[in-house]
Design a protein. Structure first.
Length: 283
């Protein structure tokens, strides 16, 4: 199958990574199948049969982030082995010490890791960034999850949910607002034989359907986190822990202030190339 490759660039005060995530979700609704981050924005791929310029222009005209101008160029791309392209150009295995490796099914197996997670990235991984994934997995690896109830909010590929179940969590729920992410999560859960993970399509409004949790992981972005911290709090048992990532070191004061409004206390944070994961406690 032949494809069009579209290169999207932005003029906006909003962080590129946030625009990438929102744009990928919007483009998925009109047939785009995969994405990779570029230096200035996003590369999106859509089959020749589905590409319609007017539909794309209408979608961009209604883009939900204010003060954001999106420009694009397009080129025709001859059919190729897209798994090979992912492997060669973008998705590389993520290794966290000797404890955990995250790889695609098209990568060779690597022995010696405690947790070997297979993620076939599809669309949902296309805009994931390895810094926050690495940070959140590093935090989860420190935890004793035996018998715990855990929420993976904004689950994407469901890698955190899968790791939690492999580490012995009693109950794991995974929620994402993106339909591709939801479907990809289901596929990856099957690949890793963790089918008892509960998966839901939607936003933070879905959390209440799953009761209370001992631990909540939310790897999303600053603005969504600030808006939804109150709902995370309502889902947490007394003494439970909230981990959040998807923002920069300079965003910590805003995150901490919102946590304090909701009775949460910032305990610690870890940093990787200016991205952070924070640990927050509920009294």
């Amino acid at each position: 199958m032949n494809y069009y490759e579209l290169s999207f660039t932005y003029t906006s005060p909003i962080e590129k990574e946030i625009i990438n995530d929102v744009l990928a979700a919007e483009l998925g609704e009109i047939g785009f199948e995969s994405f990779t981050e570029s230096e200035k924005g996003l590369l999106g791929y859509i089959s020749e049969a589905l590409y319609d310029k007017k539909t794309l222009d209408d979608k961009l005209a209604d883009f939900p982030l204010e003060n954001t101008r999106i420009d694009y160029t397009s080129k025709w791309v001859e059919s190729k082995d897209w798994n090979e392209e992912w492997e060669k150009n973008y998705f590389k295995p993520i290794r966290i010490g000797n404890e955990c490796i995250i790889r695609a099914s098209f990568h060779e197996a690597e022995p010696g890791y405690t947790y070997n997670i297979i993620i076939d990235p599809k669309m949902a991984f296309g805009t994931g960034n390895h810094e926050t994934t690495y940070l959140m997995i590093s935090e989860m690896l420190k935890l004793d999850l035996e018998g715990k109830e855990l929420l993976d909010m904004g689950c994407g590929t469901a890698v955190l949910a899968i790791l939690a179940r492999l580490k012995g969590a009693k109950r794991v729920a995974a929620i994402d607002i993106d339909e591709w992410a939801y479907n990809n999560a289901l596929e990856n859960i099957r690949l890793n034989h963790t089918e008892d993970i509960q998966v839901a399509l939607g936003g933070a409004e879905k959390i209440k359907e799953f009761g209370l949790f001992d631990i909540v992981f939310a790897n999303i972005n600053r603005n969504i986190l600030l808006n939804d911290i109150c709902q995370y709090t309502n889902s947490m048992k007394p003494g439970s822990i909230l981990f959040m990532s998807g923002f920069y070191v300079e965003d910590i004061p805003a995150i901490e202030a919102e946590c304090q409004k909701n009775g949460l206390k910032l305990d610690s944070y870890n940093e990787r190339n200016n991205w952070v994961a924070v640990k927050v406690l509920k009294g």
